[in-house]
Design a protein around this ligand. Structure first.
Ligand code: G3I
Length: 379
């Protein structure tokens, strides 16, 4: 009996030791712990590290979210509150409260601010596209678009560092996405292409703030070679036509099975745009790493095996980002959320685990892995 009790005790001690090593790998347990190394400091020789937040995350200075975001990140973007429906829900009715609060926070904290987004097919109110119950004319749509861009960018001139001027305009099957913008504006200038709504947005943004970085942002251009090629062709034509595009935003909603060699290939394809614009820059704008295959709603468990796979993929990913930064392409990596609890990937029937910080703010294994990568590459 004694031997069985000691055996059980020994197993229990071993289990508690393993748990202890997992959560305190570097002497800290939670993302807001003072001893937890700040992510952005670990990476400051390569790129900024940012995250998407909501304005209410800035309300309580003692909350875990505030302490986490202020400690680990030096670039910020709103998840929803600078989109068209939030900023101008009805024509001429601009709402500035959230963005003003964000600007003040970034100024106080010396952080970079991204503006997301001046044009999207989603979260864009219908009034942009209608006139007395009918489709609005191309002239009217352009006028409203230019007015939105000019008003917003002028207000935040010198305060927003990088604008996602347009978001997700490339279609999944090649060419431009079918949207109200494309349908109603079409080939307005008669030059044979239908980039006109994109061009108008970039031109208006440049006029309003000559120094802001103007980005074209999209998903899967880091994962799908054909989508990267579509983006390449669109940006090439617009750059040749003198449209002021400063950089490409790779959203990077990726998974634990994402192939980093495919990603490298996509970056190389878009890197060729430097033959036209030598200082073209890349930003990773919406990084998260879902742990289930897209569309698979049955898996629900974050197993040890998945955790290890995720940590290994985060390692490979940040090694790749360092390589791209050292090549002079990448200067910003922004996560789309703050912790596993703050991610659009969570569904009512399925929790996801895409971030470096857990639901209870615990420092996940992938956080330590990402820090280790920085340590190993420091010069
Ligand atoms: O604001 C309304 C609220 O009034 C209403 O009561 C509630 C009921 O569902 O909905 C609220 O709106 C939600 C909004 O987020 C704000 O919370 C929408 O339903 C919801 O669809 C919306 O989701 C956002 C999504 O964009 C919209 O397509 C996600 O939070 C946001 O993470 C996501 O972000 C996008 C990027 O902008 C572009 N790239 C892809 C990325 C992920 O989809």
């Amino acid at each position: 009996m004694k031997r069985i009790t000691s055996l059980i005790l020994a197993v229990l001690m071993l289990l508690s030791l393993t748990a202890c090593t997992d959560s305190s790998r570097g002497g800290a347990t939670y993302s807001y712990d003072e001893e937890a190394p700040a992510l952005h400091e670990a990476y400051d020789q390569w790129f900024k590290i940012g995250c998407a937040i909501n304005s209410w995350n800035l309300d309580d200075l003692d909350s875990p979210e505030y302490k986490t975001l202020a400690k680990h990140f030096n670039a910020f973007v709103f998840e929803n509150e600078s989109k068209q429906d939030a900023i101008q829900p009805s024509e001429g009715n601009f709402r500035w409260d959230a963005m003003d609060k964000m600007v003040a926070f970034c100024e106080e904290n010396g952080a970079t601010l991204r503006g997301h987004t001046l044009l999207w097919h989603s979260q864009c109110p219908d009034w942009f596209f209608t006139d007395n119950g009918q489709d609005a004319s191309a002239e009217l749509v352009i006028e409203r678009l230019r007015n939105h861009v000019t008003t917003v960018v002028t207000r935040y001139k010198g305060k927003v560092d990088s604008w996602d001027v347009v978001n997700e305009v490339i279609g999944d099957g090649g060419g431009l996405r079918d949207s109200n913008w494309l349908r109603l504006v079409g080939d307005y200038d008669g030059d044979g292409d239908k980039y006109d709504f994109i061009e108008q947005a970039f031109l208006a943004a440049r006029e309003a703030d000559p120094d802001a970085r103007l980005m074209i942002n999209d998903y899967s251009i880091e994962a799908s070679e054909s989508k990267a090629v579509s983006m390449y062709l669109a940006v090439k034509k617009m750059l040749e036509d003198g449209i002021p595009i400063d950089g490409i935003g790779f959203q990077s909603h990726i998974g634990i099975n994402t192939n980093i060699d495919d990603m490298r290939r996509c970056f190389e394809i878009l890197g060729k745009l430097r033959e036209i614009k030598p200082d073209l820059i890349f930003e990773v704008t919406e990084l998260d790493m879902g742990v289930y295959n897209w569309g698979d709603n049955n898996e629900t468990e974050y197993t040890k095996e998945i955790e290890e796979q995720q940590s290994a993929k985060y390692r490979e990913l940040f090694e790749f980002y360092i390589e791209q930064a050292e090549l002079g392409y990448l200067d910003s990596v922004v996560f789309w959320g703050l912790s596993d609890n703050h991610s659009w990937l969570n569904k009512s029937e399925q929790k996801n685990y895409p971030m470096l910080f857990g639901r209870d703010w615990v420092l996940k294994d992938c956080y330590w892995e990402v820090l280790e990568v920085a340590e190993e590459h420091k010069k």
